[in-house]
Design a protein around this ligand. Sequence first.
Ligand code: FEO
Length: 170
Amino acid sequence: MSKLFEAINDQINAEMFSAYLYQSMAADMEHKGFAGIAHWFLAQAQEEMVHAMKFYGYIIERGEKVTLKAIEAPETTWKDPKAAFEAALKHEKYITSRINNLYKLAQKAPDPATEIMLHWFIKEQVEEEANANEILAKIQLMGKTPDALYLLDRELAARPMLFTMPVTAA
Ligand code: FEO
């Protein structure tokens, strides 16, 4: 397998880890009484599984073999919602750097089909970072009073799930 396709295969793992990380954040926020924020993180975890499957499907479509590897354990606790969203933003920046690196590898190969496939992810990462930034900005504006966090929790409960799950937090 080429260096480029090995890196795409590794990205399946990074996206599945992202899903695991957000699911862990959901579990912690649920435990801390923020059911709406937990719901938002579960919806985010679903998006990450879709990202993983896009890479999975692309590897197969190109006639290569997918090789799944162990998924690292995520952290399990964050001080408060602000700390969780700060960690989410940091993680998304890391994922953006990985996608940009994949793009560089595709250019270097050269593999124009992979470059075009990655355009979707490059745009998606802008959105992913913007979402976390927007929520963090709201937390800054609202402050950490219980009333403000209650309102944020209610707002984030409205995020649509991508698909039905037997457990939805809100
Ligand atoms: Fe798959 Fe949140 O990037």
